[in-house]
Design a binder for this molecule. Structure first.
Ligand SMILES: [Zn+2]
Length: 74
């Protein structure tokens, strides 16, 4: 039995979006700052956009169940 070649490379991608021109750019995870050149003479820093495909699991709402102690205060 021959398994598939496990050449999975964990590539971290970051999606940036310029708040001015709404242009998006993808970089690797090592990039921490991404500038957009839409405004000449001014550095416009792009903002990090969450990847819509990577949905965070919605945590269950914590329902504090009332712990009824049998011997409540009188
Ligand atoms: Zn821009």
């Amino acid at each position: 039995m021959k398994g598939p070649p496990s050449r999975w490379k964990f590539v971290i991608e970051r999606v940036w979006q310029c708040p001015v021109c709404k242009k998006r750019a993808k970089t690797s995870g090592s990039v921490v700052n991404q500038a957009c050149a839409c405004q000449p003479g001014q550095t416009t820093w792009m903002r990090l956009v969450e990847d819509p495909t990577a949905k965070a699991p919605t945590p269950d709402p914590v329902n504090p169940s009332k712990t009824e102690s049998p011997s409540a205060h009188q």
